[in-house]
Design a protein around this ligand. Structure first.
Ligand code: HEC
Length: 243
């Protein structure tokens, strides 16, 4: 049974955190090698709905001093209570990597995830990765973004959506781009989303959405834009880290 399933049975977040951190496999795994550094391969800065598994696993890599991958090093994952890992510890594979599936806590905000390994002197080497848990309103904003905004504001095409970004003479910014988005107040964001680019003396290639979206939809989009800002927005929500 994984941590999540046992947690549902116990029905207590505290018990869930305790049962996960006491999982015996972290002590059962015996490293056969030690690295000098631990780096992120993939899976950082994801957005998931609070209390649900992140879409992608988190993958980290342990390297030796010259920077070559180390096989058989022990990696342990830790975070604030309420975050679960499956598995919570692992030995690095033949490419020096360890993979875990992460479920974020039930509170919206930023979660710091620590991945650690031991070096030759048995000193802990730690890597910090940040993930974002979206609340209800922010998740609604994310869906509206995918439906109406992403095709211009996201330069990458997906299987479901062809990006229009390259066709635009004036380039919009991705909503993660905090440097730009955080300079705009909530009132500015409401104005440009409702009335289009000209409301802020910007290009009319940014359409007006006032006839398509309700006020609460615009608020949800703003909540989403603030939540995913990188660096974090001035109005950013809580950061959850292990003590
Ligand atoms: C047809 C393409 C298109 C769509 C769809 C679109 N935008 Fe834009 N948007 C633009 C362009 C182009 C700009 C840049 C205008 C400028 O800098 O003069 C822009 C600018 C903005 C800005 C100002 C920050 C920036 O990126 O420069 C915000 C905020 C914004 N859009 C929000 C939205 C939201 C929210 C939606 C979905 C409801 C949306 N946009 C949909 C084209 C689009």
């Amino acid at each position: 049974m994984n941590c999540f399933a046992s947690g549902v049975l116990i029905l207590s977040v505290a018990a869930l955190a305790a049962s996960c951190s006491r999982k015996p496999d972290s002590t059962a795994l015996k490293p056969t090698a030690f690295g000098a550094s631990i780096v992120e391969s993939s899976g950082g800065k994801q957005f998931g709905q609070a209390g649900t598994p992140l879409p992608q696993p988190v993958v980290v890599q342990v390297n030796d001093e010259p920077g070559a991958a180390v096989t058989g090093a022990l990696v342990e994952f830790a975070a604030a209570p309420g975050v679960t890992f499956d598995p919570v510890s692992a030995l690095t594979d033949s490419s020096g990597q360890a993979t875990t599936n992460v479920s974020l806590g039930g509170m919206a905000g930023r979660y710091q995830i620590a991945a650690s390994t031991l070096d030759k002197t048995h000193k802990k080497v730690e890597l910090k990765i940040e993930e974002i848990a979206l609340g209800y309103q922010q998740t609604l904003g994310r869906r509206l973004n995918e439906q109406y905004c992403d095709r211009c504001h996201n330069a990458e095409s997906t299987a479901e959506r062809v990006s229009n970004y390259d066709n635009l003479e004036v380039k919009p910014h991705p909503f993660t781009e905090g440097e730009t988005l955080d300079k705009l107040s909530d009132a500015d964001l409401t104005a440009i989303i409702t009335y289009g680019g000209p409301a802020l003396n910007k290009s009319a290639l940014m359409p007006a959405w006032g006839n398509t979206l309700k006020k609460t939809d615009v608020q949800a989009l703003i909540a989403y834009i603030r939540a995913v800002s990188d660096p974090p927005s001035r109005s950013a929500s809580a950061v959850f880290a292990k003590d």
